[in-house]
Design a protein around this ligand. Structure first.
Ligand code: 13P
Ligand code: SF4
Length: 321
């Protein structure tokens, strides 16, 4: 590795396109979630939602993957691209939703439900969870394929859905299911305020509201569209001169403005601030990306005893959609 004797803190970070080229020359694939800030999105070879990034990691055949997102996403990339060295700009970039479901608690609850129901429920996990939780589940879903994944399970089979109670609630409502829901939530989407959203709707009567299914029910009910981030992007690209109030992480608007500049985007208001940024995604910075690329670390790994089971649940998802 070049430059590893230099103090990288003293080096100026190049422009995003130069970072991308630098990585390309060294066989490093940079993946970024759409919630990353504009600089990181521009530096990446590929920007996407959780499902697109999982697919990209599976198909990439890359020697090294630098994942700009949060920890569970990098773990997913490792599970789907086992021979690649997967590393991140900041190892502490976690996720409140993933943290709300600990593997030990899930194991106990699965046991309790099996006794109570007289049969083992199928556990469906939203991808926002640790590899240890994935290893305990039957199948994974993302916001982009959750409906198809749940619909693939026979109606008479009890389902435990973890960890997001809002996504699970939305699936129950729209698919007419009665899945048992884990009591987890995303701290970013949970903070949207219905009072200020209603005020904003009154100020912009022609605007359409889109919200992520991680939002609580009052926000979803006040929305014209409930969509994952890839679904939102498709919608805005197909729209013309439309104003959208956006009920998801505010960096998403960078992508919308780049790929569908014909529309106007207004971030939906949080309870105590004008925008909603994920504090974990924000931990990744241009400086940390540049340093991580030089060091090819910190590296993300999945313990060997979890690997096959966690990978199996992800591969089941990819077989369906
Ligand atoms: P999607 O990218 O799947 O829409 O999910 C967003 C998310 O919650 C990332 O934390
Ligand atoms: Fe987790 Fe919410 Fe941040 Fe997504 S936006 S990474 S669910 S805390």
């Amino acid at each position: 590795m070049e430059n590893d004797t230099l103090d990288l803190d003293l080096l100026q970070v190049p422009e995003p396109f130069a970072i991308r080229e630098w990585a390309t020359e060294r066989g490093i694939l940079i993946l970024a979630h759409s919630y990353q800030d504009g600089f990181l999105q521009e530096a990446a070879h590929f920007v996407g939602d959780s499902l697109e990034l999982a697919r990209k990691a599976a198909a990439a055949n890359a020697k090294s993957i630098c994942f700009c997102g949060v920890h569970f996403m990098a773990e997913t990339a490792k599970l789907l691209s086992p021979s690649a060295r997967v590393f991140v700009p900041d190892m502490d970039a976690g996720c409140s939703l993933a943290d709300s479901c600990k593997a030990d608690d899930l194991k106990k609850y699965q046991h309790h439900l099996t006794e109570k129901l007289g049969k083992r429920p199928t556990t469906v996990a939203y991808v926002n969870c640790s590899a240890a939780v994935k290893a305990l589940c039957d199948i994974i879903c993302t916001s982009g394929n959750a409906r198809e994944v749940v619909e693939s399970i026979p109606e008479n089979q009890p389902i435990l859905f973890v960890p997001d109670k809002h996504l699970g609630g939305w699936l129950n409502e729209t698919l007419g299911r009665e899945m048992i829901l884990w009591n987890g939530a995303c701290e970013v989407h949970e903070l949207f305020s219905i009072e200020t959203l209603n005020e904003m709707k009154a100020q912009h009567p022609d605007a359409k509201v889109m919200s992520h299914p991680e939002c609580p029910k009052p926000i979803r009910d006040a929305s014209d569209y409930v969509l994952g981030t890839a679904g939102m992007l498709r919608l805005v690209k197909e729209s013309n001169n439309q104003t959208f109030i956006v009920g998801t992480e505010a960096n998403m608007i960078y992508r919308f403005e780049k790929e569908a500049p014909q529309n106007t985007y207004i971030p939906a208001p949080g309870a105590s601030c004008a925008c909603n940024l994920c504090p974990y995604m924000q931990m990744n910075t241009p400086e940390k990306l540049w340093k991580a690329l030089h060091e090819q670390g910190p590296e993300v790994d999945v313990p060997a005893e979890l690997f096959d089971d966690a990978q199996r649940s992800l591969l089941r998802m990819l077989e369906i959609v």
